[in-house]
Design a protein around this ligand. Structure first.
Ligand code: HEC
Length: 427
């Protein structure tokens, strides 16, 4: 299932003549939106396209981020009218953190057009009218989820092994589990098409599980574009590093058995491109106490023609902004992804449309820039009086710029079963 709605994207583009002054644009948007919108005629279609993927019973659980209320019917939505107006005006809902300049680039974009925002705001301001049920769009059919999975029934389901009890006195716990992919589970190597992790309890803060991937708050499952994948082999070991976080105290202990849903290409189908998850990592940064802007960069070089599928910036609670820039061998450069306001709760993989991977000519360098705010002005900062360095707890920091890419040449397998890095990481 895709959570994006493609319609608002086209609307945004259609409404944004390149040089229109902002004020005119806003007015055009307001004029486009009805004077007294009704729920059934004007609001419901927007909710169907852009909100209900998460805001419904059994809606998407993205790494523990579960929408707190359904927005299906009038009676569900009416009490939230003002809150909806506030959130969409501030562009905090739907959650999407790439710069607005980059509208239309990533296929999993979650945004509303200016006119949709104006419609929702005016609906709240004009009494949140119900309107005529005959104007309603046909109810949207949501894919039946099996066992809470978004991507469907697993071909291979694995877990951390067996239920694990997180004791009452635990506040933060980091534990490791290893699951071996045995020959009984996987008689022969298979190409992975999609990976979805499911936290086994509400206290799972994150899962890092190489070579499969991982899960953080707000992260969507990753579905490889057709013809791209990674190879899973019998004997591979999945190393789960789990972070559990809860309030400690009597009776707060919780059982967890987090799981992963792996789906394969049909037997015998070999995708042309073996994908590798590269990362631009730095562990030598220092964020001085109270400093409101500290930034570091790291470059990764692609020595062969490559295809870029997606980008995923990762920092912790002091993360402020992130940017990926490509420096091409002809001397030109291009901002690939700009995240002006990073939000730890919404770990997003920014995906190029399937079938439209970004071409990186041999010699391209991608620079990942991460910036942090370690001052008291950052409301998420757990302690602005401490110098901060690399560390696994969310109260320490990380700098990981994931770059999901493959060799451009079909059939060029990467060493280690297609799971290891091909690009050289600069020292
Ligand atoms: C990707 C999933 C997702 C989508 C899409 C989404 N939401 Fe949300 N929404 C959430 C989650 C999760 C929260 C809980 C808030 C948080 O923890 O950040 C939330 C919170 C909210 C709240 C605040 C509720 C409160 O408790 O105050 C409103 C209002 C809201 N969403 C409206 C919308 C509207 C309107 C849309 C569509 C235009 C939308 N959301 C799209 C996941 C989503």
């Amino acid at each position: 299932m895709r959570l994006l709605a493609s319609a608002p994207l086209f609307l945004t583009l259609a409404l944004a003549p390149a040089l229109a002054p902002l004020a005119a644009l806003a007015m055009a948007a307001e004029n486009d939106s009805p004077a007294s919108p009704t729920f059934h005629r004007d609001v419901q279609p927007i909710l169907q396209n852009s909100c209900q993927g998460c805001h419904r019973e059994g809606g998407a659980n993205l790494g523990g981020m579960v929408a707190p209320m359904p927005l299906l019917d009038y009676s569900d939505t009416r009490p939230w009218a003002r809150s909806i107006a506030r959130q969409v005006k501030a562009r905090t809902m739907p959650p999407w953190h790439a710069s607005q300049d980059q509208s239309g680039i990533f296929h999993n974009q979650r945004t509303l057009s200016d006119s949709e925002i104006a419609t929702l705001v005016r609906w709240a301001e004009t009494g949140a009218l119900k309107g005529n049920a005959a104007d309603a769009p046909p109810p949207k059919e949501w894919p039946k989820t099996t066992d809470g999975w978004i991507t469907g029934t697993p071909d291979l389901e694995i877990s951390i092994g067996e239920p694990f009890f997180v004791e009452d006195d635990v506040e933060d716990l980091y534990v490791y589990f290893i699951t071996e992919i045995t020959e009984e589970m996987l008689p022969e190597p298979r190409w992975v098409k999609s990976i979805e992790f499911q936290p086994g309890s509400s206290i799972v803060h994150h899962i890092v599980a190489p070579p499969l991937g991982g899960l953080g708050p707000g992260l969507q499952p990753y579905i490889y574009p057709d013809n791209f994948g990674t190879l899973l082999m019998p004997g591979d070991k999945v190393r789960w590093s789990m972070h559990y976080h809860k309030e400690p105290g009597p009776g707060t202990g919780v059982w967890d058995e987090s799981r992963a849903n792996i789906q394969f290409y049909p037997e015998g189908v070999v995708p042309e491109h073996a994908v590798s998850w590269q990362s631009a990592i730095r562990a030598d940064f220092v964020l001085p106490a109270g400093e409101s802007h500290v930034e570091y960069t790291k470059r990764v070089t692609f020595e062969r023609d490559s295809l870029l599928l997606a980008l995923n910036p990762h920092m912790h609670l002091r993360g402020k902004s992130a940017r990926y820039t490509a420096f091409y061998p002809d001397g030109s450069s291009e901002v690939l992804l700009d995240v002006p306001k990073y939000d730890f709760n919404w770990q997003t993989t920014y995906e190029y449309p399937h079938g439209e991977a970004k071409k990186l000519p041999a010699g391209t360098e991608i620079e990942f820039m991460a910036a942090w705010d370690n001052s008291a002005d950052n409301p998420h900062n757990p302690d602005p009086t401490k110098d901060i360095t690399w560390g696994e707890p969310t109260t320490d920091e990380m700098m990981v710029g994931w770059i999901i890419a493959s060799d451009a040449e079909p059939g060029v397998a990467m060493p280690g079963g297609g799971l290891t890095s091909r690009a050289r990481v600069n020292d």
